[in-house]
Design a protein around this ligand. Sequence first.
Ligand SMILES: Cc1ncc(COP(=O)(O)O)c(C=O)c1O
Length: 435
Amino acid sequence: MTTTPAAPGHTPVSVASPARPAILGGAPAVTLDQTAANRWPICTPEDEAAVLRVLRAGEWGVSKETAALEDDYRKWLGVRFAVAHNNATGAILAGLHALGVSHGDEVIVPSATWWSSVLPVVHLGAVPVFAELEDHSLGLDPEDVERRITPRTKAIVVVHLFGLPSRMDELLALARRHNLAVLEDASHAHGAMYKGRPVGTLALDLGPKGASVFSMQGNKLCPTAEGGILLTNDPAIWENTLRWGHYERLLDLDSPNKYFAATGFGFKFRMSPLSAALARTQLARLTPRNTARNDNCVYLSRRLETLGCFNTFLSPPGIERVYFEYLIRYDESKTGLPIKDLSKALQAEGAMVGAPRYPLLHQQPFFTKGVWAKVGRVPPPHPVYDPAALPLTTRGNGSLLKLPSFPNAERALLDQYFDAFRKVLAHKDALPRSA
Ligand SMILES: Cc1ncc(COP(=O)(O)O)c(C=O)c1O
């Protein structure tokens, strides 16, 4: 084991075999084929048979397959109601409506997430209020959320980003204290556990103020050919969700909501039965597939942590995270090598690393140019979204590196990734710096 000299104020980085980095003319460290290792989604004969069965039955619109998928989710998670949607974006819109979000309300949301967690707020005429992410779970920081609560705050959208459960105890406690609703966006987190309970069930503790959503879009942990699902334990939320986008189910209700059976509330959000069939076979394989990803990502994470400059977001005690995406935090102050240059050198090694996929929402023209308020016909007062706001989220997001999540990788490929990191860091002072 050798140790590269550290620049003043930097921690030495341990290395065993400092071969020349590819970016300086050496041989790349990652040579194994990565296509099969990272292939996702996985299609088996069971998936094909399930889709064919529905196709041949001619159930292309309304089908018992959709109800069967809802049952599968209800049983898996132990919840009362599940409503399959054509995607999670629609399920989030329906869920926020069902939780009572409406014109002029404020909803506290993260900025580092896919836009679907946030833009439905605008379409209900409400105001997204961005709060900071906390460092360890990349979820909403409960202390910052509490600071942003005003008399107009109606709800919080909590996202378990990349499969890392947010700090739900603290977030639910403050929701109770301030009488707020919580929409738990578990789109990235099928199978993750928080203190012994599956994520996607935690907000439901709030009864009439809690709902959760999973996406089943084609690259999620339980993928299908587009789909989402809303879960709740509250009968009123369930009915309001049906009224919003599932007119065909209203006649069966034993409540005034059946009056709207001829129209619903103007949306048609039901899932294709072909997608439902595929989602069922995919859900049946969720656990072994999550285990394979977790084994691989945890294996590589433990090795990367030995380099002394990465936080790989391993599960803390009481939490079982999953890896929809595999991101790690790089501490540039430990090496003096800017993240951009680290990334370029790793790419030259053949490692598929890059920046996080999601641009921060509060910096997007949809918000900064005021378009949101017009699109959503949101009543004033209108906040001005400052791209320089949320310094912690911005700094935190800028220190993340995205790796493949290795759904089918062999250890040899993971070892090659580790070698790429180790080699590049061993030569950190010699690597080219971008302007
Ligand atoms: C965090 C999050 N929420 C919601 C969604 C919306 O899911 P869908 O694509 O099923 O509409 C996504 C989609 O990628 C997401 O990443």
